[in-house]
Design a protein around this ligand. Sequence first.
Ligand code: 1HE
Length: 260
Amino acid sequence: MTTGTSLLRVEIAGAVAHLRLARPAKRNAINNTLVRALENAFADLPASVRAAVISGEGEHFCAGLDLSEVTEQTVAEGIHHSRGWHAAFDRIQFGPVPVIAVLHGAVVGGGLELAATAHLRVAEASAFYALPEGQRGIFVGGSGSVRIPRLVGVSRMTDMMLTGRVLDAAEGHAAGISNYLVGAGEGLAKAMALAERIARNAPLSNYAIVQALPRIAEMSPSEGLFVESLMSAIAQGDEAAKQRVRDFLAKRAGKVGDPQ
Ligand code: 1HE
C-alpha cells in the first residue's frame, strides 16, 4: 500500500512501513508541510505495522530546515516553529514502533536532528554530518540539543556547531551516530532487513525498548530501577513473552547467535 503526500511517500509492505522524504530537488530540506506530513504519518500508522524505515530520495538524506521559510519569522513564530518540530519528532521517537533511518549524502542540521530521533541508524559510505546552524546564525530547533548529545556527546556537538566541522561516514560511525555502516546503495536493504527482524519481536517488548529504555536512562538510579521492575513484569506477563520462553525451554526457539 502506498500513501503519504507529495513530499513524503509512505509504503507499507507487511509489518514494515517505509517513509521516504521525497523532495530531492531541495535535498529533502524539511519545510512546514513535510514536518506535518511526518507527524501525521507516524500518528496514522496502521496497527499492523511493527517497524518503520525512513530514507531520503536522491543524493542526500536531508539538508535540514528549509531555510527559505525562516527569513521572515518573528521570535514568537520561531518558538512555535521549533515546538512544531518537537511535536512531530516526539511522534517518531515515542510512537508505537521502532524506527530505523537510512543515512546517505548530507545529514545536516535538521536532517541530523531527524536521524537522531530514529531508534537506529544505518549509514552508507557517502553519509556526512554537519550542524551548520552556527554558520547560518541560528541554533538547533528540532530537538538537536537534546537528542544529538545523547549520541555524540556535548563536546563533539559543540565542535560541530562552533567550527562547522563535517564528519564523514567513518567519523560519524566512530562518534556514535550510526549503528551500522554499509557500502553505497546498501543502506535501504540493510534497514529493511533489520526492520523485518525487529518486527518479529513481541510487540510489547519492542514498545518497552523504545518507550521505557530512553526514559529510564534519564531517571535517577533508584527511580529507574523501580520503573524497570514494573516494565519487566508487564512485558513478562504478556502471553507473547510466556510463549517465547516456553518455546525456548522446549527447544523450539533459536539460541543466541543462530542465523535469524
Ligand atoms: C535548500 C536547502 C535548505 C538545499 N533549505 N533550500 N541546512 C543547511 O545549511 C544546508 C544547506 N544545504 C547545503 O549545504 C547543500 O545544499 C547540500 C550540501 C545539502 C547539498 O549540496 P548540492 O550541491 O547537492 O545542492 P545545492 O545546489 O546546494 O542545492 C540544491 C537546491 O536545494 C538549491 O535550490 P535551487 O532552487 O537553487 O535548485 C538549494 O537552495 C536547495 N537547498 N538545502 C532550503 N536547507 C529546526 S532547526 C534546524 C536548523 C537547520 O537545519 S540549519 C541547517 C540548514
